[in-house]
Design a protein around this ligand. Structure first.
Ligand SMILES: Cc1cc2nc3c(=O)[nH]c(=O)nc-3n(C[C@H](O)[C@H](O)[C@H](O)COP(=O)(O)O)c2cc1C
Length: 208
């Protein structure tokens, strides 16, 4: 006699191979100098196409992206980066400004149709809204970095920029708030800094 539990077939979830793990994690590096090789709008669209499937709380997806890829756009952005980030940002064919939409909850009826009342609940609760943005914006930014790598490109994330100045220049209506700026491209000359150590698992992991 087979029990109900035994008769449930677990779906086969594939495992990423070594080459995929190396591309996304173990061999991937942060880019500090970029080649002239262009990055197409199709490649940038493909990065977002991967990013958008990764999970967020209540599926509310607060991250927004501005791809700066024209000389005029770069001219607006460069003076707003920290001095140490300007040369590398100038060398990158594309720089993405990642921002959080402070009114992300307006999309709740579409994104979470089983609980459309989330929109009004979050409209009335600024603290929860802000806490959700604080968790899910950076989470989606992390997914975005991995998606850049999955696309065969190099990411150079930077927190060193004048956030208030970027918001005033690129998001003057005040709705989007900048979170992280990321250079995207192919490695140029001397693109990597020395590899820094990672914490030992024993210093990080506890078991319960
Ligand atoms: C959120 C974040 C902010 C960062 N800000 C800067 C920055 O402002 N300037 C810079 O040169 N590197 C910045 N970095 C790059 C990190 O120093 C780099 O990713 C880290 O040392 C790992 O390097 P690796 O991928 O080559 O091992 C930042 C990285 C992250 C993830």
């Amino acid at each position: 006699m087979t029990s109900a539990v035994e008769s449930i077939e677990a779906p086969d979830v594939p495992v990423l191979d070594e080459a995929g793990r190396a591309l996304l994690f173990t061999e991937a590096r942060t880019g500090n100098a970029f080649a002239d090789t262009p990055v197409s709008d199709e490649q940038l669209a493909a990065i977002w196409e991967l990013t958008r499937w990764a999970p967020t709380s209540a599926n509310l997806q607060p991250l927004r992206v501005t791809f700066v890829r024209t000389p005029e756009g770069k001219e607006r952005l460069l003076p707003l980066m920290s001095e140490g980030n300007r040369v590398k940002t100038a060398s990158a064919p594309v720089t993405a400004i990642l921002a959080v939409d402070s009114r992300f909850h307006e999309h709740a009826p579409t994104l979470l149709p089983i609980r459309p009342q989330m929109r009004d609940a979050l409209e009335a609760d600024e603290a929860t809204r802000s806490a959700m943005a604080q968790v899910n914006g950076p989470l989606q930014a992390g997914y975005f970095i991995l998606a850049i790598r999955a696309q065969g490109l190099v990411a150079g994330p930077m927190a060193g920029f004048d956030a208030a100045a970027i918001d005033a220049e690129f998001f003057p209506d005040g709705r989007w708030k900048s979170l992280l700026v990321i250079n995207i491209g192919h490695p140029g000359e001397n693109p990597w800094f020395d590899r820094l150590p990672r914490l030992d698992p024993a210093d990080v992991i506890r078991w319960a």
